[in-house]
Design a protein. Structure first.
Length: 167
């Protein structure tokens, strides 16, 4: 049984929607050097014949951005615990490649575990909204943000219909 906290929790991870800040304040924008590091690491695990489930942070080494990854990991584990990564190269990589990159990046933040009783490692989603809701609520991450996470061990990768984006 968990303890019930009767006093306010004073920690960056104890935020409310009205105190968390703007979407930009929660975001990390991938730049060319990040994408280069991610795609180089992908090429290595592909040459090794690794499956998504076999990828570890050692397999997905990215020394060029290691310090930034450590800072992001600290933010997730000891800070607000929330990060929106934007700028995924969805137009040039396959859904499987994006999934492997997302899993490899996540391996630097924690140990990935299956997300369902069926052993799924990634959950694929597409932006939707309830009738009458703002479309921006469903697509707040934008078309260049295929993946989201709710914790260091929970992953959702949005692989929206590319045909919809191309139309």
């Amino acid at each position: 049984m968990s303890d019930v906290h009767l006093e306010p929790i004073d920690h960056p991870g104890a935020w409310r929607a009205d105190t968390i800040g703007s979407l930009d304040a929660l975001s990390f924008d991938l730049e060319k050097r990040h994408l280069d590091a991610l795609e180089n690491a992908l090429a290595i695990v592909q040459r090794q014949g690794k499956t998504l489930a076999e990828i570890t942070n050692d397999d997905f080494a990215m020394p060029a951005i290691a310090n930034e990854l450590a800072g992001l990991r600290d933010l997730l584990l000891h800070g607000r615990g929330l990060l929106l990564v934007r700028g995924w190269p969805v137009e040039r990589l396959s859904v499987d490649e994006l999934g492997m990159i997302y899993w490899g990046l996540g391996s630097h933040f924690g140990k990935g575990v299956p997300q369902s009783a069926m052993g799924d490692r990634l959950g694929y989603t597409s932006p939707t909204s309830r009738p009458g809701a703002s479309a921006s609520a469903a697509t707040a991450a934008g078309p260049n943000s295929p993946c989201t996470t709710t914790a260091t061990t929970s992953s959702d990768c949005s692989a929206s219909d590319r045909a919809d984006r191309a139309a």
